[in-house]
Design a protein around this ligand. Structure first.
Ligand SMILES: Nc1ncnc2c1ncn2[C@@H]1O[C@H](COP(=O)(O)OP(=O)(O)O)[C@@H](O)[C@H]1O
Ligand SMILES: [Mg+2]
Length: 380
């Protein structure tokens, strides 16, 4: 029993406990397996390039494009992600960024957690690379779920120096230093960790210290030089209208709001737009901002009466901002995320083919929508 405990006993107990904990950690933390990109077959490449499979065969024979490899015991060829992207770039019909044009920034936002912001962000990023684009994900949520989906563990692999924080503190001129490659060809990430929470103190403190400091344009300025390198910069935001979320929305050229057609989620989304527009009204410059697009996407859609009813409210409330894409509530989504994956990480259905297609098709449509918006912006 612990009675009559001296401070020196407490010291030794604390240091003993710390030793035990570190031994437990060592034993428990296995080196986490590196995430691997999927492979593709010629049918998948044909679909991505919008050509007949026989054309892929014919072009393969000409030996001008990546040849893929035959795995043991199989007749069919498999192509790596990088090879697939090379095919898409050569014979696909997706828009390309003209040399003199800059990349566009899209923020994915919603007041609430669990509405599929992060799954949507990373899925669009992956789908955009499969349409030939070079993509950066900027993780602005301290929980680091997008970072995790990029194959980097926010707790184990990310120091605060690796995040946007050094730039927010003013120690870096822009965000170049923080860009990391991922396991997925042409998808890069600026990771997040819980250290991002301090942005909520640093930004208002700077605004108090420096007259005229535009706390809402910090991220926009840090991203600016990166637009030359990336075609699409996607920002995943936290479930709040924090300083970082406002910064993300001001930095963006386009906004995507994933929202399940559920009465409470709808009510919260209305509140979100209300607060954001009130806030931007009081910020010089921000109120004159013009977005390429703002779109509300139905996510986690259930096949029932309530969901259909709320969809009618939402389409009345948001009019043409609702783009009609519906991402269903899906076991395929849950199965993928249980393995820290998105649907694009799975080369083939892990479960029902129907469920896989029903979930992936609207995500593909959403990616096409985003790519079309980029093409429009590059044309102007
Ligand atoms: N279409 C879907 N069907 C079923 N579960 C989904 C779907 N989309 C996302 N989820 C699950 O919902 C949870 C929250 O998703 P996430 O993308 O992290 O949302 P947020 O970033 O808005 O918090 C995750 O566990 C994810 O697997
Ligand atoms: Mg999230």
């Amino acid at each position: 029993m612990f009675t009559n405990v001296k401070m020196s006993d407490l010291d030794s107990m604390a240091s003993n406990a710390a030793d035990v904990l570190s031994q437990v950690r060592e034993a428990m933390i296995e080196p986490h397996p590196r995430k691997l990109a999927p492979t593709f077959n010629s049918a998948a490449i044909a679909e991505l390039c919008n050509v007949d499979k026989s054309k892929i065969k014919y072009l393969t024979l000409k030996h001008e494009l990546p040849q893929g490899t035959k795995s043991e015991g199989s007749k069919a060829k498999e192509y790596s992600l990088e090879e697939t992207i090379t095919w898409v770039k050569n014979i696909g019909t997706y828009p390309k960024r003209p040399e003199h044009k800059e990349g566009r920034v899209v923020a994915v936002c919603n007041y609430k957690g669990g509405v599929a912001k992060t799954s949507t962000t990373v899925s669009i990023a992956q789908a955009a690379t499969l349409r030939g684009l070079k993509v950066l994900i900027l993780d602005c949520d301290g929980q680091g779920t997008a970072t995790q989906l990029c194959g980097i563990s926010p707790e184990q692999d990310v120091d605060v120096e690796d995040t946007i924080m050094p730039y927010i503190y003013g120690d870096q001129p822009n965000l170049w230093y923080a860009i990391q490659q991922t396991y997925w060809h042409n998808m890069f990430v600026i990771p997040a960790s819980s250290g991002l929470l301090s942005a909520e103190f640093v930004l208002p403190a700077k605004a108090m210290e420096q007259r005229g400091f535009k706390f809402w344009e910090v991220l926009k300025d840090g991203i600016e030089p990166l637009r030359k390198e990336f075609d699409l910069i996607l920002i995943d935001t936290s479930p709040s209208l924090s300083h970082l979320t406002v910064n993300s929305m001001i930095a963006a050229d386009g906004l995507i709001m994933p929202c399940p057609p559920d009465a409470l989620d709808f009510a919260s989304s209305v509140q979100f737009w209300g607060i954001f527009s009130e806030l931007t009204d009081s910020l010089p410059d921000a109120k004159d901002k013009v977005y390429d697009f703002i779109t509300v996407v139905y996510t986690k859609v259930q096949n029932n009466e309530i969901s259909r009813l709320v969809k009618t409210w939402m389409s009345q409330a948001y009019g043409s901002c609702v783009n009609g894409i519906e991402i269903p509530e899906s076991t395929a989504a849950r199965t993928a995320s249980a393995q820290l994956k998105t649907i694009y990480d799975l080369s083939r259905p892990d479960g029902s083919v129907e469920a896989y297609k029903r979930y992936k098709e609207p995500l593909d449509k959403l990616a096409d929508f985003v790519v079309d918006q980029l093409a429009l912006a590059w044309r102007n």
